[in-house]
Design a protein around this ligand. Structure first.
Ligand SMILES: [Mn+2]
Length: 222
């Protein structure tokens, strides 16, 4: 029997939903291969709990990719710039992440747990590849080998990827919410396009959190 891959993306602090979803998919560490595709933090109420669970799942064998929100948080603490801090805390709702750690939004506020996360973020891979499928937070380009693609492409791609992708491999991605992919604000279901599958149902903005089972392409949703 082939391995069951389970892909989840854009959890954004929705810890309770993540726990329910893992139960619904009957995720079994050591049997199934879980692939978490980034954006664990910001917006939702329980980023700290999500991060702790994700790190635990990683030690149990889950593949844990980075999203752009992890990169934004890391940049906010790395650069001595009010703009970088405000971009994360205000624009990307990093204030919700800080609040989940019991911290204020004061510039570069930190505790030991935050320091641990800042050391962990740079260790996260940006994609995961099988013979016929690529799992990535945002997207890929058509004309470069995957290992040469920029962080910008892998973590931030939008329309240039999902409207123009011509590659041979199926790409499973998050980052762009599925109502936008469906061009229907009321449809947050998984988006099955031409050799692309968008799974970010916009859970933190009133949509759904999805888990895509591969290769069956069965979907579990909360
Ligand atoms: Mn994203």
């Amino acid at each position: 029997m082939s391995t069951r891959y389970l892909a989840i993306s854009d959890i954004h602090g929705q810890y309770d939903e993540l726990c329910v979803l893992l139960q619904l998919a009957r995720y079994t560490p050591g049997v199934d291969q879980l692939i978490l595709m980034g954006d664990y933090i910001d917006r939702g109420p329980k980023s700290k709990e999500v991060l702790e669970l994700v790190m635990q799942l990683e030690t149990q064998g889950a593949i844990v990719l980075s999203g752009n929100h992890e990169a934004i948080m890391h940049a906010a603490y790395t650069y001595h710039s009010k703009q970088a801090w405000s971009h994360w805390v205000d624009r990307c709702r990093g204030d919700a992440t800080l609040a989940s750690f019991g911290l204020s939004a004061k510039m570069h506020t930190k505790n030991a747990e935050i320091e641990r996360i800042l050391r962990w973020i740079p260790t996260l891979p940006l994609y995961y590849e099988l013979d016929d499928v690529i799992f990535v937070h945002a997207g890929v380009t058509n004309d470069e080998p995957l290992h040469r693609m920029s962080k910008r492409t892998l973590l931030w791609s939008r329309d240039e990827f999902f409207t123009h992708y011509t590659g041979d491999k199926l790409v499973v991605f998050g980052h762009t919410t599925t109502p936008r992919l469906h061009q229907d604000p009321y449809n947050s279901d998984v988006y099955f396009g031409r050799r692309i599958i968008g799974i970010d149902g916009g859970s933190s903005v009133g949509g759904q959190l999805h888990c895509l089972e591969y290769p069956s392409l069965r979907v579990y949703s909360v």
